[in-house]
Write a protein of this length. Structure first.
Length: 653
């Protein structure tokens, strides 16, 4: 509806003066003008009444013999005129009736004055003084802002009254022609000015409506993005930021009142192999179905359920015991298993989608930070996976005291580089206008000691929590810079940066050292950051970006639009590139999805920042999004993440 109204307003503004107005918009304008005029009529009448009486001074100067008659007449007409309009305004009389009375009142005031002035013995003065009737025309058009028809009526009657008087009482052809033409031309001029002012008022009204609708559209778009900042776009659940906020609230409440809480971490088993087998779109449908099933369990209890990242979900709620937390976790596991979603690519004896769950009761966790409970649930989740998946493990104090799960995982990650279980793959970023590879994103891959691949959504959170991400991140920077050094035809490579790296005071120095050692131009390296590191309002991020810019390193904002990158980031920080999350291009098959994607692209463009759209999996998506003004794309349709030698081969072709 807003778009249709904006189009109607634009067409109306393009019309020329003689073209018929839109009945709908004209009616709206008249209502608005009537409302505004109604508030002005009382003050305008008071001013006009005072001016009418004040002109008695000119009567005393030019036709003093009629002053005893004219002055009382001026007082009577002026006072009665003001009182009559004031009373009717207070009683809510219709504005058009008031306009008509104002117009007729001006004419009557002129007629009474002209009739009495003509009785003066000062004939010569009267003849010249009669020209002052033009002031009444100006009053009708300037003081009252009357509608065109009432201005035409009052000005026309004033001119006609003068001409009748001139013919009947003066009779001199020269006088009639001279002053009559003055009145006629003044009548045409004042009527034209009134027409012009009313037309301009109409256009101002249209522009004001247009601006208001635009503002509503911007506010609505902003509200939608703010909603996205706390909502997972794919599943509609709370996102990681909202989950973190809820965890903090529960923890503070537990400190203040002693009310314990539970946290349940849910991981979809073998989801990476599901994506590889069935494709990302089918994977998204799977996650949507799983999340809806879990929502049906959590919402009746008013538990907070959210997507923690990738295929990992979290539930938070006030709890009385470990048994209550474990019972809820088991119900979630059975519900997902009951969906019977086929998963033929599993590497175990099962053939359907299941979940592994780690649960923790805050009363079993000692610590002074809310994250301790998350860590406890994460340790329990790791144990559930180690024991064969599709099961629930509940955390107990012995796990926390030994910290076995975390120690094992941290040590496994630390040894990944020396054991050569870490590798880098590169996904092309393509300029569709030229068909050339514009850049590539470096992605980390990791295997466990048994040679089984680990999902980044599994090992990255552990690496961040334990600090191992600093070592792994430095290794990735070396890989990216070595590729750039060996392939001068590749313009830029981006590397993801974690929140722990952002907070590391030595990070910028480490990056600069690696770039210098590789002998590459700093501008060929880009660092991608997301709001997962709480970048909005974080002075460390702004300082980091300034320091990186000083040495020529580019900084990109990743996952924009999903809630991990908030709207405030664009206003607070200046990025070299903004990457729009793949969810939006994969949802653009519907008109609503396409419009939302275009709005986000326009929003980024309005902030004068460049855009890459991720997640392109089909040719028609490229065509559609390219029509929105985007040139740079990343996705499976244009190239999957690939080893270095495959990317080099594509660059050579």
């Amino acid at each position: 509806m807003t778009t249709e109204t904006l189009d109607l307003l634009d067409r109306e503004l393009d019309k020329r003066w003689f073209e018929r107005r839109s009945p709908q918009l004209d009616a709206a304008f008249k209502v608005q003008h009537s409302r505004a005029l109604r508030n002005e009529l009382s003050r305008a009448c008071q001013l006009v009444g005072l001016l009418y009486v004040a002109f008695g001074a000119m009567d005393a100067l030019l036709i003093d013999d009629m002053l005893p008659y004219i002055l009382p007449a001026r007082l009577a007409v002026g006072v009665l005129y003001v009182l009559a309009i004031e009373i009717q305004v207070r009683r809510g009389v219709e504005t058009r009736i008031l306009e008509f009375q104002c117009a007729i009142g001006i004419v009557l005031g002129f007629a009474v004055w002209l009739f009495l002035a003509s009785k003066s013995a000062e004939t010569k003065a009267t003849l010249y003084y009669a020209g002052y009737g033009l002031i009444f025309m100006l009053v009708a058009n300037l003081f009252f802002n009357l509608s065109f028809e009432f201005a035409l009526l009052s000005s026309g009657l004033i001119a006609a009254t003068f001409l009748v008087w001139a013919v009947a009482f003066v009779g001199d052809p020269t006088y009639i022609i001279c002053f009559g033409s003055l009145y006629l031309f003044s009548f045409m001029l004042t009527v034209f000015l009134n027409f012009k002012y009313n037309r301009e008022r109409y256009r101002v009204h249209l522009n004001a409506c247009r601006a208001e609708l635009r503002q509503q559209e911007i506010v609505k778009r902003g509200e939608e993005l703010i909603r996205l900042s706390t909502t997972d776009a794919l599943t509609g659940l709370a996102n990681r930021r909202a989950i973190d906020d809820r965890l903090r609230d529960l923890w503070l409440d537990s400190k203040a009142t002693g009310q314990a809480f539970g946290i349940v971490l849910i991981d979809v088993d073998y989801f990476k192999s599901y994506n590889d087998r069935y494709g990302h779109q089918q994977g998204d449908r799977c996650l949507t179905a799983v999340s809806q099933a879990m929502r049906n369990v959590a919402e009746p209890r008013r538990y907070t359920l959210g997507r923690f990242g990738g295929e990992e979900f979290a539930a938070l709620f006030r709890a009385e015991s470990t048994e209550q937390v474990a019972a809820f976790a088991e119900e979630i596991r059975r519900t997902v298993e009951g969906l019977q979603i086929a998963h033929a690519a599993r590497r175990d004896h099962l053939s359907g989608i299941t979940v592994s769950i780690g649960a923790a009761f805050s009363g079993d966790v000692a610590g002074d930070k809310p994250e301790r409970t998350v860590t406890a649930a994460d340790v329990a989740l790791y144990a559930a996976k180690e024991e064969g998946r599709n099961r629930v493990r509940t955390f107990d104090r012995r796990m926390l005291e030994s910290d076995a799960g975390d120690t094992l995982t941290a040590e496994m990650l630390r040894s990944a580089v020396t054991d050569q279980r870490i590798s880098a793959v590169f996904q092309p970023i393509v300029d569709v206008t030229s068909g050339m590879i514009w850049g590539a994103e470096a992605l980390m891959r990791l295997k466990d000691p048994q040679g089984r691949p680990l999902s980044p959504e599994t090992f990255i959170p552990v690496a961040e929590r334990t600090g191992v991400i600093l070592e792994l991140g430095e290794w990735m920077l070396h890989e990216a810079c070595n590729l750039l050094a060996n392939e001068p035809a590749l313009p830029v490579v981006s590397v993801n940066v974690s929140s722990r790296q952002i907070e590391d005071p030595n990070f910028v120095g480490t990056v600069a050292k690696i770039v210098r050692a590789a002998g590459i131009a700093p501008s060929r390296l880009a660092l991608e950051i997301t709001e997962g590191g709480e970048i909005s309002g974080n002075p460390r991020v702004a300082l980091l970006m300034d320091e990186l810019a000083a040495i020529g390193i580019r900084v990109w904002l990743d996952d924009f639009g999903t809630g991990f990158a908030g709207l405030t980031c664009l206003s607070e920080l200046r990025f070299d590139m903004v990457k729009i999350d793949r969810f939006f291009v994969q949802s653009c098959d519907t008109p609503r999805g396409a419009k939302l994607l275009k709005n986000i692209i326009d929003l980024v463009g309005s902030c004068a920042q460049k855009t890459i759209v991720e997640g392109v999996e089909e040719a028609h998506q490229v065509e559609l999004v390219a029509s929105f003004g985007v040139d740079l794309f990343q996705g499976y349709h244009l190239g999957r993440p690939m080893p270095k030698h495959e990317l080099v081969s594509r660059l050579a072709n």
